[in-house]
Design a protein around this ligand. Structure first.
Ligand code: GGG
Length: 364
């Protein structure tokens, strides 16, 4: 019997632990679909792209890869990066190729503290901490503009330019996204992050747009903080944070800091959204391919599974998304932990535990 709604998902596990964690997330999603009694289903198409594909073809993805992806409802991504390909080639050849060309301009990266997971922050034991980093995902420092030049200078004198691009439209759309998100949260506050004292053009434009947009959200508290001060604030005053909006590079760094503070990069989820839905959005754990533990079966699947929950939110399946989050909390709370968060469970054991924790919620 066909499901009422079948979501077509492109799965791109890509490199290293990406393969294990995408498989784990797919199991969790398929468990939910099986229990939905025909309300929804997932139709998976797996793409073999990544660094092994590069070794065979000299490309990170097929030439017509974007055309192959464009009609899917979503992309479920693992991780990119392996020693056979320079990191900038693998990143631009696959992940950034997708995020840029599908205008996935909002990268949402929640920082979640889970029961049973020890945070390096002492105050996490006694304080409710929960914030989300909203990363401008289409321009800024990752606009890919610049070049290298040796002309007239000779070896040893090369110059390189890496230009950050800030457009008023790009700043405004990510800020409105952050303000709209803040309105859905218990603490209605947006912290804008720049380095506008040193970077006096693009980031001053960012600050100006932030002030202008804030006027439309009088119910949302605001602050503008320099990125160095915000790094300290993540550690010293994280209870003051709700939504943190920052440029591509700054938010990339801050979200890694946030997930490390929550206990591990292996826990962090992310959604690369094209909010207009002209293109598929992409859901992936924040972590990379982790070559040191790839193939050992011990990677933490929680970042990928929590990213699957973000995908369900994108589809409007909010109840099921919350069920995944509750199952993850039950799992870590019961002491089922992978090595990165102080346990010795395997990827499969954690996934089993999450699927088991889901089952009672699925009985109708
Ligand atoms: N799953 C995320 C991933 O593979 N990240 C690799 C990486 O280096 N990303 C840089 C970025 O987020 O722009």
């Amino acid at each position: 019997m066909a499901a009422e709604k079948t979501f077509k998902i492109a799965s791109i596990p890509a490199d290293g632990v990406g393969k294990d964690v995408v498989a784990a997330g797919r199991r969790v999603l398929d468990t939910l679909a099986a229990a939905s009694e025909g309300a929804f289903a997932f139709e998976w198409t797996e793409f073999p792209w990544g660094s092994a594909y590069y070794a065979e073809t000299g490309k990170m993805m097929a030439d017509d890869g974007l055309a192959q992806l464009k009609d899917f409802d979503a992309i479920y991504f693992g991780a990119v990066g392996w020693e056979n390909v320079p990191d900038h080639v693998s990143l631009w050849g696959l992940r950034l190729n997708i995020t840029q060309n599908f205008d996935q301009w909002a990268n949402v990266r929640p920082v979640k503290f889970l029961p049973g997971v020890t945070s390096p922050l002492r105050k996490a034991d006694t304080t409710e901490l929960d914030w989300v980093v909203v990363r401008e995902n289409s321009e800024g420092e990752y606009a890919g503009l610049g070049g290298r030049n040796l002309s007239g200078r000779g070896p040893g004198n090369e110059v390189a330019l890496q230009t950050a691009l800030f457009t008023e439209k790009g700043c405004e759309r990510i800020m409105r996204f952050a303000f709209d998100l803040a309105r859905t949260r218990p603490v209605k506050k947006v912290s804008s992050v720049t380095k506008s004292n040193a970077q006096q053009y693009g980031m001053v434009l960012w600050d100006d747009v932030f002030k202008r947009v804030a006027v439309d959200y009088p119910d949302v508290e605001t602050e503008s903080v320099l990125v160095d001060a915000m790094s300290a604030k993540f550690v010293l005053r994280p209870e003051d944070l709700s939504v943190v909006v920052a440029s591509n590079l700054n938010a990339d760094i801050l979200s890694d800091l946030g997930s490390a503070l929550a206990g591990s990069l292996g826990l962090a989820a992310s959604a690369n959204l094209n909010p207009e839905r002209r293109f598929p959005s992409m859901f992936e754990p924040v972590h990379g391919s982790a070559p040191d533990i790839a193939g050992l079966g011990i990677s933490n699947p929680i970042g990928a599974i929590a990213s699957a929950a973000l995908m369900l939110d994108h589809f409007g399946l909010h109840e099921q998304a919350r069920q995944i989050e509750a199952a993850v909390e039950a799992t870590t709370g019961a002491g089922h932990l992978t090595r990165d968060i102080g346990g010795n469970a395997t990827t499969d054991e954690i996934t089993d535990a999450i699927v088991d924790a889901l089952r009672p919620a699925l009985v109708r």
